[in-house]
Design a protein around this ligand. Structure first.
Ligand SMILES: *Cc1c(COP(=O)(O)O)cnc(C)c1O
Length: 411
């Protein structure tokens, strides 16, 4: 396997170590092949919001397996899962299920272009929307960590319609729309950026984009692959009260199995084949086992509404970090929302990708290694968000807070 892994963010290249190979996981804990255990703050990069191997999810998967693993024909479960997504997210009236966030982003942009008859897309520097050719421009985490923001193998002509602007910079986007009148199909963004570290939208930014899109006939596309069912049950769009035209989902909605989805206003989604002319397809899309896991996940999240409690837990960890950093005199910027949190070793407020790149990476490497050696598994890059689950106990948090203090002391 190139680099020993099947997805670059799994490598520990940027923290100059070798990745752990995981044998199994349960609740908040990961166990590696060497017999070590870790408190996990990656959670499979987002999906494991209930912790690992929750029996309420695994039992539904087992039941589904017994009925057959794939039919290539519609199932009732797909109707139920898509209805659950529409109920949870008011801007979404119609959904197409796919197999990954990458695929969902590809589909959403294709339908945005098909619907508007325009070619150009605006994205934001440091936002990641999967390993889609046209979107591998200043694409955050994996690419940033490895220093390949624009990948070889992507022809220039594939990205010629991709415009990028700094996150949180409404004026820059307004300028782009002035430069390319009637050419921009969509503005796509992570409403809370999570792939350049965690950066919240500034007051008025999302609202400003919504108004700009309305004025210019551009579709506003929220990539909620990370934030959906994670910062809140209805996603960042409900936290910030902004209705996008299209939304992209993944991670949590699959309960740990490969699922992605894109959806939005019915009028737009009716363009997708076979209802309309915009082609998009998948042999395993809406796979019955993946759908069973996703349905169980969303049902539990809706019933239990764990977001306030997750928010309390992430805030507690960030406070521990902040206090310890203050004591040691190390500048730090912290952020948390529901089950997602992040920090930068930086003196200044981090508003965008350029600010994120200016954080102190050496501090991060020392901190990461110290944490890992004490059994705390953090994302191996300063440009990732961290994830917490309902199964993280008070003891887990105590141990993590103590480790954070020791990690900072080691810097
Ligand atoms: C993870 C992620 C994707 C890609 O999803 P995959 O399932 O890895 O293809 C897209 N957008 C965002 C915001 C993500 O965090």
């Amino acid at each position: 396997m190139p680099g020993g892994v099947n997805s670059p963010v799994r490598a520990f290249k940027s923290v100059q170590s070798d990745p752990l190979f995981i044998s199994h996981a349960k609740g908040s804990r990961l166990y590696d092949e060497d017999g070590n255990s870790f408190i996990d703050y990656i959670g499979s990069w987002g999906p494991m919001i209930l912790g690992h191997a929750d029996p309420r999810i695994t039992s539904e998967i087992e039941k589904a397996v017994q009925k057959g693993t794939s039919f290539g024909a519609p199932t009732e479960g797909e109707i139920e899962l898509t209805e659950m997504i529409c109920d949870a997210v008011p801007s979404v009236e119609m959904v197409r299920l796919v197999n990954s966030g990458t695929e969902a982003a590809m589909g959403a942009l294709r339908v945005a272009r098909g619907y508007t008859g325009r070619d150009k897309i605006v994205k934001f520097e440091g936002c990641y929307h999967g390993s889609v050719d046209a979107l591998l421009v200043k694409a955050g985490s994996g690419a940033t960590t490895l220093g390949i923001p624009d990948s070889p193998g992507v022809p220039r002509s594939f990205t010629e319609h991709t415009l990028s602007a700094p996150f949180n910079d409404l004026d820059a986007v307004i300028e782009l729309t002035g430069d390319y009148p009637d050419e921009i199909a969509a503005i796509v963004l992570e409403p809370v950026a999570g792939n350049m570290g965690m950066i919240p939208p500034e007051h008025g930014f999302l609202q400003g984009l919504r108004e700009l899109c309305d004025r210019e006939g551009i579709l506003l596309v929220f990539d909620e692959v990370m934030t959906g069912f994670r910062v809140n049950f209805s996603g960042a769009q409900s936290l910030f009260q902004i209705m996008p035209d299209l939304s992209i989902f993944g991670k949590v909605i699959g309960g740990g199995l490969p699922v992605g989805a894109y959806g939005g206003r019915q009028e737009i989604m009716l363009q997708v084949a076979p209802a309309g002319p915009v082609y998009q397809a998948g042999t395993l899309s809406g796979n019955p086992i993946a759908v069973a896991a996703g349905k169980a996940m969303l049902r539990i999240l809706k019933e239990e509404d764990p977001y306030a409690d997750l928010g309390r837990k992430t805030a507690r960890l960030n406070e521990a970090l902040s206090e310890a950093a203050k004591k040691k005199g190390i500048p730090i910027q912290i952020c948390s929302m529901g089950g997602m949190f992040g920090f930068f070793f930086s003196e200044n407020k981090v508003r965008n990708y350029e600010d994120a790149l200016n954080c102190n990476r050496d501090h991060f490497i020392t901190f990461f290694r110290e944490a890992l050696s004490r059994g705390i598994y953090l994302a191996p890059s300063p440009f990732e968000s961290l994830f917490l689950s309902t199964s993280h106990t008070e003891e887990d948090l105590d141990q993590t807070a103590e480790t954070f203090r020791q990690g900072l002391a080691a810097i």
